[in-house]
Ligand binder design. Structure first.
Ligand SMILES: [Ca+2]
Ligand SMILES: [Ca+2]
Ligand SMILES: [Ca+2]
Ligand SMILES: [Ca+2]
Length: 187
């Protein structure tokens, strides 16, 4: 009777402890931190290894490009896409200085951004895939351990670096193992 009482008390106490969840950020930067200053003559893919995050709920994925500005005051556009796959790291491709979005149809468009405030003024770009409605697609893309972004600068964009931040949640397995642990204590 005493043993049963203790077991029930412990079980009751543990039932009051909520399953904990720990949120953290995984930050990725490319090997060429500024993506080679996004040269007009080129297009870029950036594949990142997210295999260590497999199975963890993703709250958001954010792409940032710091201090970006076009090299002159002429017409310009920076095409940005989300891709399912690309070689890991940064690949620089030749597009011959054209004005065509090199990755049209390859994956969802994140933005076709244009610098409208002149070459002397920089901007910090920030794209939340959750806000853009692309998080579910991104999670599907992450399932095989690789997520990628693509950039086609159709002008030349100085910048101070690109970053991808993935917000994930790690959940405690406490609830599923509680009863097993209690029983093992009294064997
Ligand atoms: Ca280009
Ligand atoms: Ca500018
Ligand atoms: Ca192009
Ligand atoms: Ca993938």
């Amino acid at each position: 009777m005493r043993l049963l009482t203790v077991v029930l008390l412990v079980a009751g106490l543990l039932a009051m402890v909520p399953t904990w969840a720990l949120a953290f950020e995984a930050t990725f930067t490319p090997s060429m931190s500024d993506l080679d200053d996004l040269d007009h003559y080129c297009a870029y893919t950036w594949g990142i290894d997210v295999s260590h995050l497999t199975g963890m709920p993703i709250c958001d994925i954010e792409l940032r490009i710091d201090d970006i500005t076009n090299f002159d005051d002429g017409p310009n556009v920076l095409w940005i896409h989300l891709l399912d796959d690309a070689p890991l790291g940064v690949c620089e491709l030749w597009d011959g200085h054209d004005s065509v979005d090199e990755f049209e149809g390859s994956g969802p468009l994140v933005d076709g951004w244009s610098d409208t405030n002149g070459s002397g003024t920089t901007d910090d770009l920030s794209y939340s895939l959750s806000t853009l409605g692309l998080l579910t697609t991104a999670e599907e893309y992450c399932a095989d351990g690789v997520l990628a972004f693509a950039f086609d600068p159709d002008c030349h964009f100085w910048n101070n670096g690109a970053t991808i931040i993935i917000d994930v949640v790690v959940c405690s397995p406490v609830e599923s193992t509680t009863w097993t642990k209690i029983k093992s204590l009294y064997r």
